[in-house]
Design a protein around this ligand. Structure first.
Ligand SMILES: [Zn+2]
Ligand SMILES: [Zn+2]
Length: 264
């Protein structure tokens, strides 16, 4: 085993993972994945994830947010509710929020308005923000620059031109790589991995989506973050033990997770 790992981004409220979260977390622990963060994509799903985090306080924390593809009907009252829930035990971040011009289910202006609301909540609540960005790199940077000061948070499922990653790092953000970094033809993604300094590097599954290469086509789950760790280590010319150590340290500090047992 490579050392303790953290899955900083999974969706355990989605089936089939939601059918037996205890078993999913057991398999994660057996693979060395000691902590997971389960991520809300709507108000309803955020509540479900808070309940899950409170059920499994040893191993699970929650993030609450409204995904850009799910924000068509979001109201100011919804954002007020989200802000109230930010104080619930087990909530460690606001997310996922962001911009998505790939699916185009919601007009960009609406996505931007909801994102600004969520960024303001993250600031007021002193919580890191978990950012989803798909084919919307320039407008996302613009939204972040709109609120002055450095950002605490994560670009999840990293993608985009190198300049985007460099700008995000300059704004203070961490960069998290998901299972798609293990796809052999994802050359542009591979090129991003060495750009991120050890201090800002994180790993995730985005389960049940995006299963990494050796298990591609299967349902993804937090235990499989081990495959992503191995690929990221390879792309950085580092050992998997080193990548496990730095990413786990970063995740625990940024997301205020319980201390993990090193080498467990
Ligand atoms: Zn996402
Ligand atoms: Zn996600």
């Amino acid at each position: 085993m490579a050392g303790a790992l953290v899955d900083t981004h999974c969706h355990l409220d989605y089936p089939p993972l939601s059918d037996d979260v205890a078993a999913v977390l057991q398999r994660a622990a057996a693979a060395g994945v000691q902590q997971c963060v389960t991520i809300g994509t709507s108000l309803e799903r955020s509540r479900a994830n808070i309940i899950l985090a409170q059920r499994f306080p040893q191993q699970l924390r929650a993030a609450i947010g409204i995904h850009p593809n799910d924000c068509a009907e979001t109201t100011a009252a919804d954002l007020a509710t989200l802000e109230q829930w930010a104080a619930q035990p087990g909530v460690v971040a606001i997310g996922e929020v962001g911009l998505d011009q790939y699916r185009q289910t919601v007009p960009l202006e609406k996505q931007q308005a909801v994102l600004q609301g969520c960024l303001a909540i993250a600031r007021r609540c002193h919580l890191p923000v978990l950012l989803h960005c798909r084919q919307a790199h320039a407008p996302l940077l613009e939204a972040l620059r709109h609120i002055a000061g450095a950002w605490q948070g994560i670009i999840h499922c990293a993608s985009g031109p190198a300049e985007f990653i460099q700008e995000a790092l300059a704004l203070g953000l961490h960069i998290s790589f998901a299972g798609n970094v293990t796809f052999p033809n994802a050359k542009a993604l591979h090129a991003l991995v060495p750009l991120v300094p050890d201090e800002r590097l994180l790993l995730e599954t985005d389960a049940p989506f995006l299963a990494p290469q050796p298990v591609r086509g299967q349902q993804n789950e937090p235990a499989f973050v081990t495959h992503t760790a191995a690929w990221v280590a390879n792309l950085r010319g580092a050992t998997v033990e080193h990548v496990a150590r730095v990413t786990t340290r970063n995740a625990c500090a940024l997301l205020r997770l319980p201390a993990v047992m090193p080498g467990a």
